[in-house]
Design a protein around this ligand. Sequence first.
Ligand code: BES
Ligand code: ZN
Length: 875
Amino acid sequence: MAASPEQFRGQARLPLCASPLRYDLRLRPDLGVCAFSGSAAVDVAVSAPTHFLVLNAADLFVDGSSVRFQDLAPSEVVQFEEDEILVIGFDRDLPIGEGVLKMDFTGTLNDEMRGFYRSKYEYKGESRNMAVTQFEAADARRCFPCWDEPAFKAKFKLTLEVPSELVALSNMPVIKETVHGPLKTVYYEESPLMSTYLVAVVVGLFDYIESSTLHGTKVRVYTQVGKSNQGKFALDVAVKSLDLYKDYFATPYPLPKLDMVAIPDFAAGAMENYGLVTYRETALLYDELLSSASNKQQVAITVAHELAHQWFGNLVTMEWWTHLWLNEGFASWVSYLAVEALFPEWNNWTQFLDETTSGLRLDALAESHPIEVEINHACEIDAIFDSISYDKGASVIRMLQSYLGAERFQKALASYIKKYAYSNAKTEDLWVVLEEETGEPVKDLMITWTKQQGYPVIYAKLDGHDLLLEQAQFLSDGSSGPGLWIVPITSCCSSYNAQKKFLLQGKTDKVHIDFTASQSAEGENAQNCWIKLNIDQTGFYRVKYDDELAAGLEKAIKTKKLSLMDKIGIVDDSYALSVARKQTLTSLLRLLNAYRYESDFTVLSHVTSVCLGIDKISVDATPELCRYIKQLLINLLLQAAKTLGWDPKDGESHLDVMLRSLLLIALVKLGHDETINEGVRRFHIFLKDRKTNLLPPDTRKAAYLAVMQTVSTSSRAGYDALMKIYRETAEAQEKSRILGSLSSCVDKDIVLEALNFMLTDEVRNQDAFYALGGISLEGREVAWAWLKENWDYVSKTWPSSSLISDFIKSTVSQFTTEEKAAEVSEFFAGRIKPSFERALKQSLERVRISARWIESIRGEPNLAQTVHELLQHEV
Ligand code: BES
Ligand code: ZN
């Protein structure tokens, strides 16, 4: 075979004949000109004869004349930008064994929030640059040439040359610092074996606060100068989580220190770099006076999530990105475990159903993907950091844990962590450990959930004393896919005391129902009997009950017989079945009526999101009726909202604070005049006196949205006032609240102005998605026209998969006609990139699903009558 560097092009993975053992890496960022230079000396093990060393590099200039392997100068050094590889060719086979590869390189501190990039902050009124890394998924190669795949674990020894007045952080503690005038050289301890995507560097000005775990690990939170107080809450959560995980995984935190840093420009929410976790400010900082209860929860969950990765992900790492869910699904699931232990009053496992619901929503699309997904090019990786890897991943873990039992599950996880520590694992490796530990058929069960996309809906009907079950793949477009699952079924009849549990292995099965036992348990007659499947929604599936069973459940909701989780499951399944046209909107509205007296945050948060979904579709589906439907939905939420009012009450629960905010926002969005007027009134007082207690952070978003509802081109005072607050505040959470409100205006010109504002340098690129999230139905055409017009700029400025996908999802999914779907497809033909291809297809699918749903709503014979009937009922 003619040996040529060309042979390495177009390959999904690097060749295995040489692998790195240890990187000695020196980096010199120049913050003034936004560039960096570096040199690497890598201990390489050559395990098979080869003329070539093939590694990754992208957007880097590698100085060919500096490259040596031992004493050997290469005969050629070629970089293939498209494949992001660097091929170093020699004129003879390299000797088998170890050798040192040396090379020098330079690059730009880019503006893209990936690789080695610069972030901006203000210090004493002046704008400054900091240098930050973000390497996951495959961007370490933008900072130094490396074997940039998770299975090439190596030790890292870093040295940084930076301005002497700055803080320079990396994964490991500093061992030595030498200052020479304006520059200093900082030497760090060598790391244990780790993957390249977890290497990190942060250089800038920071304050910090510090604490330590029971085990003696030093934990610090770094913030902007003067803001270290805002790091206290996260520090406390971090210290407690580390102690908790140490026990749960039966393995201590493996590094000598843990730093957590708030970065002003940050693409994701946070990143679990080994020993140096980076966060966007909103996900780390908490201020008693400036943050809301939901900010607080977000911080706790994010910290708990990233710290879970220190075991699940960093110590034991997925072998390849196909198994990304082992990282993300597990970290998400484990984070709920930690937060539940730290804040039991948050009812965190019930809130976990938010994750399950969003997993179920995405996975009901034909354009979804299996949890384990084939990856053939680095550019495909970012797109799978989605609700399937996270939410479905976390949910199927909860399902498995509930099937196996919490204790057995924990023991098995601890042995898995021990067995694969400092190494890599595939999904199947986990199943093997779980089977060994429990003797259950874990692999057969779980591959139906991880290798196959989608999930089943279980049709349930009563036949005498038998409950007949049949599974079919659930798809939101109303069709049935070919999938079959092994489904852990749980059921109970009229009481949670007698639960049944079995595996549905084929398409159909039946369960014997013992009515007498459950009746005597509850002392009820046959008419009040109810049967609930999927108790507490531990299974990742939906249930469609026949009319009789559904009526029983509706009654059970009204008479408060069901758990919070079951109430959530019923309303969410019902909504999804309605979108898929398996059930009428009419019957969904009747069911919703059963939730009228609900007062729990966790349940109402799902009821509210169903209400807002119905409100949106009804505007297009039944313009003549939508006013009445709106009123119906308002009536549903109003009682609970009135009880809570606008003002916080002494000693009220965290969840009631969350509920107040949720309901006020929903009522404003539904156009409830009284709430809007009150919001506007309070806003004007707040505008004059920012310290007023009439508008604490928890209700502020509702007031901002209320203000925007009253803004029009002719009366734009509210918009200008919000802009003033935006410009005056330095708080990221406050800025995000405002950005999320501006484009919710019904006036198209103002929506356009808000979108254009997003492109100015007053809005950080990381924050664009807040503004996109709030676009009003009235503004959707403007937003789409705006996206088309700015597409070249937008796609260049937000290359990261999740950010560019946000632009598409939030503009496209709002449409509800086939014609619009066709128009969107046409625009993107020829513009598609792997980073957003799936998001686009999913958005288009959603448009078509809405179009069909609308058509079916228009054909519902009893809708108008039912709406009026239910409304009358209210008065
Ligand atoms: N590993 C991810 C960060 C990440 C996401 C890197 C996408 C590269 C691409 C991190 O652990 C994470 O999952 N962060 C979440 C926060 C969390 C609370 C779910 C995030 O950024 O939203
Ligand atoms: Zn994660």
